[in-house]
Design a protein around this ligand. Structure first.
Ligand code: ATP
Ligand code: MG
Length: 472
């Protein structure tokens, strides 16, 4: 369960962000709509009021109103002939007291509000304002009535209940809020499903990765489609390929090494068990045992070189002069055996490489050449710079060469040529060419067996960057 947490939280994070953004957007939308609708309601309350006031003024100025002696008569006639809307109410004030009110029941009574009436009764000119009531905000207008030159002692009060006027728009706004809330919930639900589907391959990837152990590196992730997740899976699989390759190579290396070392151990053991008490017998056995031990020692050293070869730090790079390299190798090789030694060709060039490793590789080739030639045979070592700028180093001999069926195989670890089957075991472990190859590859190059009479092994080192050659 704890393993699932990171995935779920990624999902929650995505949804959390989405919900937050949507909520903000919806809130802004609702507030804006609300404000626009409220402003509109204010406006229409105003318009209604003006409309009512104008109607009343027109009536008061009409010839029909000229006969009234007292403002009460005029106001009563008006109240009788005028039926207000549901969101409207009218009442009259005479001598500072509420007098009559319009027919029907108003949404809220303001003529009973003594303070309000008191305030309005002082009006001698038309005035307008806002007042709160039990039915919400009210836009009011007070119109004083004057007959002839009498002082003002009566007013008509028009009330527009804004909240009632706004009601249909506000209902729309409320519906908007509900729709927004439902949309939010639906969006959250949908993104829960979508993120689940999107993250599922990643979850699979993780589960597979968890199941893959050192011992079961064969498992791979199923690649579906061609999206980012598929790419991730493919990258992951490639990484597993490399890992598996590395593990297999390591296992084979250990197997091979163990297998090869067992032979000298068995030989030593056999000799020691059969050793008699005779001094001569002892001396012979000791010599044999020492011989086998030094052979083992060589195998272990060679194996260490091979094991180190694909690790960083295997090469100690420096400037290597190709002429000096070849001349020194021939000088070192000459005492090994009586052969016709030749420096075939030398390139007057300096490359960046590991001098010691290159010498080691050439000496391996030279010792093979010595082993497969006789006294009068020719062995040559040479260096050249190819037309494309790459470096060529070679060791060639006039021996019998390598049989075609062995040409590729001999470069493998512990691989000896078929002809070697009849030779003495002490002849070689089959590690020489593998070492040459790993030294070549560590330099970014390759080793190959060139066709021709005799054996000619060529080491090619890649073209070097300009600054590498001239640099430190
Ligand atoms: N110059 C050569 N002429 C003919 N055959 C060769 C020559 N060099 C190598 N070979 C063949 O390639 C095989 C592998 O050579 P490699 O150097 O890897 O092993 P080795 O010489 O047998 O043992 P080691 O080098 O570990 O002592 C040899 O056993 C031999 O059959
Ligand atoms: Mg060899």
């Amino acid at each position: 369960m704890a393993d699932r947490r990171p995935v779920v939280s990624a999902r929650l994070r995505i949804i959390g962000w989405m919900v937050a953004v949507l909520t903000l957007a919806f809130a802004a939308l609702v507030v804006l709509t609300w404000q626009v609708l409220a402003a509109r309601a204010d406006g229409s309350a105003d318009r209604e009021l003006t409309h009512e006031a104008n109607k009343f003024r027109a009536f008061a100025a009409s010839p029909a109103a000229a006969s009234f002696q007292r403002p009460e008569e005029l106001l009563d006639r008006w109240l009788q002939s005028n039926l207000p809307d549901d969101s409207e109410a009218l009442f009259t004030i005479v001598d500072g007291k509420p007098y009559h009110r319009s027919q029907g029941s108003p949404p809220a009574r303001l003529d009973t509000d003594a303070a309000f009436v008191q305030r309005l009764s002082g009006a001698t000119t038309p005035s307008y304002g806002w007042v709160d009531s039990s039915a919400g905000r009210v836009r009011y207008g007070v119109l004083p009535v004057r007959i002839g030159t009498q002082p003002v002692r009566a007013q008509l009060v028009v009330l527009e209940f804004r909240d009632l006027i706004a009601e249909p728009s506000m209902a729309a706004a409320r519906a908007l809020v509900i729709v927004a809330a439902i949309t939010l919930v639906l969006a959250a639900g949908a993104s829960w499903l979508v993120t689940g589907r999107v993250l599922a391959p990643i979850r699979d990837l993780r589960t597979t990765a968890e199941r893959i152990s050192e011992t079961d590196l064969r498992r791979r992730i199923e690649v579906v489609g061609n999206d980012e997740v598929a790419q991730l899976a493919r990258t992951f699989n490639t990484m597993l390929d490399r890992l598996e390759g590395a593990f297999t190579a390591q296992r084979e290396f250990v197997d091979d090494a163990g297998h090869e070392l067992r032979t000298p151990i068995t030989v030593i053991r056999g000799h020691l068990e059969l050793m008699g008490d005779e001094p001569q017998d002892r001396a012979e056995t000791t010599a044999l045992v020492l011989d086998e031990l030094s052979r083992m020692n060589r195998i272990v050293d060679d194996l260490l070189v091979l094991a180190k070869s694909d690790r960083p730090g295997f090469l100690e790079l420096g400037e290597v002069n190709l002429t000096e390299l070849v001349v020194e190798v021939v000088a070192k090789a000459r005492p090994l055996a009586d052969r016709a030694w030749r420096v075939a060709a030398t390139a007057d060039a300096t490359i960046v490489a590991d001098d010691q490793r290159l010498t080691q590789a050439l000496m391996q080739l030279v010792s093979n050449a010595v082993r497969h030639t006789a006294t009068s045979d020719r062995i040559e070592v040479g260096s050249a710079v190819n037309a494309d700028g790459s470096t060529l180093l070679w060791v060639a001999d006039s021996g019998p060469g390598v049989p075609p069926e062995d040409r590729e195989r001999i470069f493998e670890r512990f691989a000896r040529g078929t002809a070697a089957a009849g030779q003495r075991r002490t002849d070689g472990a089959g590690l020489g060419l593998a070492i040459v190859r790993s030294i070549a590859r560590a330099h970014g190059g390759e080793v190959r067996l060139a066709p021709g009479p005799g054996a000619r092994f060529e080491l090619t080192l890649p073209v070097q960057e300009e600054e590498q050659c001239t640099g430190s």
